[in-house]
Design a protein around this ligand. Structure first.
Ligand code: ZN
Length: 229
């Protein structure tokens, strides 16, 4: 069912344990949390207009609930502004992302989905659930990269910045060499600079391009292997 991928951006926020496509629709159907509740007046069931209005209210509440997950600071690469997402429109929030059509290798698609939705083993997430011996949470700035020990080990750092692991650097160079082949050296260099200056926008540049997208997903798949649990 292709529709199973329509909310792949948002579904992991409701179930962190799996990335299988069939579960995505299941989580769409869950009731909205209390922050996005819908007041129901039983008299609304007495008319078609009342029922239609209730359906619209539920759809909007669900859309805002899902959009709030996508807008989390934990998922900077899912920037809804860059994607033109309308948070009050269920059609906008659950629209099929083009990149799920571009990526034909399931494992690569899953790796990309995990990266975008903060469902990975990078320190920024792993240490979010761990505390110091005194019970205090580990602040984000202390969730440092396991290789360079300097910067926060987050999505942008491992994708575009960390230079402490030669294999990682070599894989990144291979990515941009392939980018130059696909879109030309000038555009490729522009994209490389964008990766450093505005990483979320660069990621979406990758995702929106039918040829760059599968290449980037394979890159993500390879990079995440350098950062196991
Ligand atoms: Zn590093």
């Amino acid at each position: 069912m292709r529709g199973a991928y329509v909310v792949s951006d948002s579904w992991p926020f409701f179930n962190r344990s799996s990335c299988s496509g069939n579960e995505e629709l299941t989580h769409v159907g869950r009731p909205c949390c209390s922050d996005f509740h819908v007041d129901v007046d039983v008299r609304s069931f007495e008319t078609v207009e009342g029922i239609d209005n209730l359906i619209e209210c539920v759809q909007e509440a669900c859309a805002r609930h899902l959009a709030s997950g996508i807008s989390s600071e934990r998922t900077p690469l899912l920037n809804p502004i860059l994607r033109g997402l309308k948070e009050d429109s269920i059609q906008s929030v659950i629209v099929l992302r083009k990149y799920f059509k571009f990526i034909t290798v399931s494992s690569h698609r899953k790796a990309l989905s995990r990266l975008l939705s903060a469902d990975h083993f990078l320190a920024v997430e792993r240490y979010r659930h761990i505390t110091y011996d005194n019970g205090q949470p580990i602040p984000r700035c202390e969730r440092r990269c396991r290789y360079c020990r300097v910067f926060v080990e987050d999505e942008v750092h491992v994708l575009f910045h960390c230079s402490a692991l030669q294999l990682l650097v070599a894989r990144r160079q291979k990515l941009f060499a392939r980018v130059n082949v696909l879109i030309g050296e000038t555009a490729g260099n522009d994209l490389r600079h964008l990766c450093l200056s505005d990483s979320p926008r660069a990621v979406h540049r990758f995702l929106d391009h039918p040829d760059l997208c599968p290449t980037f997903a394979k890159y993500v798949f390879d990079i995440l292997k350098f950062f196991p649990l």
